[in-house]
Design a protein around this ligand. Structure first.
Ligand code: DAH
Length: 369
């Protein structure tokens, strides 16, 4: 009986120190299995004298029950331990950034083009296109800027010799377009009114500082129909600016201006607050110029083959890079075109955030910062 007590302590001790369910099962088999020590002792009972058999049999039964109980509790403990370890191993920190990290970035200029197309698309505009290398008729003459027109000097034009066999002839040379306005003419040549288009793309002028680069981007707009007035222009551009800057209440004003291809011409300003360190759109008492616009000049309609006595229209031109700088707080235009991966990572957009009027222009995570 003394031995039984010692055996019990030994077995309970082993059970207590079992580290996992596998070890625990090994202990169970070694004690209660077919060849387990207690099973063997039970088998040996038959050979004992009756009294001893009764006493030892009783002791063994008690021992067996106790060990079974202990095995059960230890099993529960180890099962819980195993579950906790599994859960700890599978823990997900939902606040961590996603892996693998999304690598590509949408350039702010591309993003703005998507946004502009989404807004004007909603208003029923179509997207038109024209070539980067343009003849002077479409870039200048048809836009009421004949040779020697002083307005040509305002645009530091890059000329391209279109006939290398001949000496360079300034009047015949092609240009890399100085403005997207030529697409107005190309559209009128192809399409009868009603016309409602925007044209976005690269433009070129010989200029370089923090707000000018030799290549930059414009969006051109043209609406032609019967009975189009300046009121349509004002409403359309106001709606555009409010949608673009995602502000319901945006102060705007129109200032008289001059463009050869519009009469009357205007520039549109939006209200803002300018301090030394920040620029807040839609607040304060300062103004920022955002676009040029006006009623299409009769000469331009004529050059496009449209009768100005029957049709009127309005047009506008917006600097895409400029409104990108304003909307996303980018201080220097030159950095747009340096292809610096750090800059793109900072100012770029994740590719899956597609701009739409219903899903959001620049939200859904917006900037990939
Ligand atoms: N083409 C002008 C520029 O580059 C912008 C512009 C102004 C376009 C007025 C227009 C307009 O269509 O109506 O400065």
């Amino acid at each position: 009986m003394e031995n039984l007590e010692q055996l019990k302590n030994e077995i309970l001790d082993r059970i207590n120190t079992a580290e996992d369910l596998k070890q625990l099962d090994e202990i169970r088999v070694s004690v209660m299995g077919k060849k387990g020590c207690i099973t063997e002792m039970m088998k040996g009972l038959g050979a004992l004298p009756l009294e001893e058999k009764i006493a030892l049999g009783k002791g063994l039964n008690i021992l067996k029950t106790e060990i079974e109980k202990k095995l059960e509790t230890q099993k529960n403990v180890l099962e819980e331990k195993a579950l906790n370890e599994k859960l700890a191993g599978e823990k997900v920190d939902v606040t961590l950034p996603i892996r693998p990290e999304v690598q590509g970035r949408i350039h702010p200029v591309s993003k703005i083009c998507e946004e502009v197309a989404a807004i004007f698309g909603q208003m029923g505009f179509e997207v038109a296109d024209g070539p980067d290398i343009e003849d002077q008729f479409h870039n200048f003459n048809a836009l009421n800027m004949p040779a020697n027109h002083p307005a040509r000097q305002m645009q530091d034009t890059f000329y391209i010799n279109n006939n290398p066999a001949q000496p360079f002839d300034m009047d015949q040379a092609y240009v890399v377009r100085t403005q997207t306005s030529g697409v107005q003419i190309r559209t009128m040549e192809k399409q009868q009114p009603p016309i409602r288009i925007i044209a976005m793309g690269r433009t070129y002028r010989s200029d370089y500082d923090a707000t000018h680069t030799p290549m930059f981007h414009q969006v051109e707009g043209l609406v032609i129909d019967k009975n189009i007035t300046m009121a349509h222009l004002k409403g359309c551009l106001l709606d555009f600016m409010k949608a673009f800057f995602e502000l319901d209440d945006l102060p705007v004003r129109y200032r008289p201006s001059y463009f050869p291809f519009t009469e009357p011409s205007a520039e549109m300003d939006i209200g803002c607050l300018k301090t030394k360190t920040e620029l807040k759109i839609g607040a304060g008492t300062d103004w920022l110029e955002v676009l040029g616009c006006g009623m299409v000049h009769p000469n331009v309609l004529r050059a496009g083959g449209i009768d100005p006595n029957e049709y009127q229209g309005f047009a506008f031109g917006i600097g895409i890079d400029r409104i990108a700088m304003l909307k996303y707080g980018i201080p220097d235009l030159r950095t747009f075109f340096e292809s610096d991966m750090r800059w793109l990572k900072h100012y770029g957009f994740t590719p899956l955030d597609i701009s739409s009027m219903t899903g959001g222009l620049s939200n859904n995570g917006g900037l990939a910062r």
